[in-house]
Ligand binder design. Structure first.
Ligand SMILES: NC(=O)c1ccc[n+]([C@@H]2O[C@H](COP(=O)([O-])OP(=O)(O)OC[C@H]3O[C@@H](n4cnc5c(N)ncnc54)[C@H](OP(=O)(O)O)[C@@H]3O)[C@@H](O)[C@H]2O)c1
Length: 333
């Protein structure tokens, strides 16, 4: 049996993924001890994976080698197993490959058998997945948001941000979002009912932030120049929870806040956080997220592209802002 997968032919420049990744066919090799084979039904598009495609050795994980398959979170059914606890037919989520079939070490890939009674399995990528865990952890633990505090989230109309603003609201905070364009800002205020939204693509970002007032928590997905704008608008003793640095991912730039002195002037705390560090809290986080989600209080729009061959179009949306909510590639079965 052969398997189609996206192979990293060279490191991408910017968002030119078509020159860097190629869809190839290869025979499936026999399964090793501890491995499972997953028939992928969905691929999760995650902005952080762009870092794995760079040559940087000082990231939170080593770069993916050129010549390797592109990795990412996948959902699907187990079709073969040599790992204890995984049976043929189980619905699983794992760090697999952008492919029709993923072959993974069950432990190393973080493979998890999922409850098949969840009506929309895509939720395992959104509210019940890594984006949900990250949003909840970042708002509640790293950001230490307290009821009544004002919480600002960047990339607020994307998968992680949409959950972070809703979670801040559910925790009794006044939630604000930053997003690109009037339509995304309207979605945040009108559909999600958060307190306000700042359009960072408009000319008057500083004025919009000034009229919003000071913030106690900044859940930052972006870094770059926006971080400087927000640092000068933080309330004293505020917290900046650094979730991601999207402004740097495709440009290769490094965020170096010019307004760093505000950390002292306003007695701020800035702290990065990374989901694998709290993976062990996953079941407890999922339980809380699932209760909110099933009550209809934590929603997620999905941006779905069909077909493995169209994966790169879906992936690029994360960096051009083409999405509202979770970007997913659905593989026809
Ligand atoms: N720390 C962790 O463990 C962890 C885990 C998961 C995700 N993350 C981080 O969470 C962030 C969001 O990732 P995601 O996968 O959920 O993607 P996403 O938010 O669904 O998509 C990315 C969004 O970011 C915005 N964006 C892109 N480039 C931007 C720029 N230069 N300046 C401002 N906004 C920009 C775009 O919306 P606009 O139209 O608004 O520009 C785009 O829709 C990333 O930084 C990622 O690394 C971190």
């Amino acid at each position: 049996m052969t398997n189609r997968y996206w192979r990293i032919a060279r490191r991408p420049e910017g968002i030119d993924f078509a020159s860097a990744l190629e869809l190839v066919d290869a025979p499936l090799t026999p399964l090793g001890e501890g491995e499972i084979r997953i028939h992928n039904t969905h691929l999760s598009m995650d902005a952080g994976t762009r870092l794995w495609l760079t040559a940087r050795e000082d990231g939170y994980q080593p770069p993916l080698p050129v010549g390797a398959p592109m990795s990412g979170l996948v959902l699907g059914e187990v079709i073969e197993s040599r790992a204890a606890g995984f049976a043929v037919g189980d619905l699983v989520r794992a760090f697999g490959q952008w492919s029709d079939v993923s072959t993974v070490d069950a432990v190393m890939s973080g493979a998890l058998v999922l409850d098949p009674t969840v009506t929309d399995r895509r939720a395992w990528f959104g509210p019940l997945g890594m984006n949900g865990w990250t949003a909840l952890w970042g708002v509640e633990q790293t950001g230490a948001a307290q009821p009544g505090e004002r919480v600002l989230v960047s990339a607020a109309a994307g998968a992680t941000g949409i959950l972070a603003v809703q979670i801040a609201k559910l925790l009794g905070c006044e939630a604000w979002g930053i997003a690109g364009g009037a339509a995304k800002c309207a979605y945040l205020t009108d559909e999600l009912g958060i307190a306000g939204a700042v359009d960072y693509k408009a000319a008057d970002v500083g004025a919009q932030l000034d009229s919003a007032g000071g913030f106690d928590v900044y859940f930052d997905n972006v870094g770059g120049a926006l971080l400087d704008q927000v640092l000068t608008r933080m309330n004293h003793y505020g917290r900046v929870a650094v979730c991601g640095l999207l402004a740097d991912y495709t440009s290769g730039a490094r965020t170096a806040p010019r307004e760093f002195d505000q950390v002292l002037m306003r007695r701020l705390r800035i702290e990065g956080f990374f989901s694998p560090d709290f993976m062990h809290e996953g079941p407890a986080l999922t339980q809380r997220l699932r209760a909110w989600h099933e009550a209809g209080d934590l929603i997620m729009p999905y941006d779905v592209t069909t077909g493995l061959e169209n994966t790169l179009t879906a992936y690029a949306k994360l960096f051009t802002g083409g999405n509202i909510g979770k970007v997913i590639v659905e593989l026809p079965q």
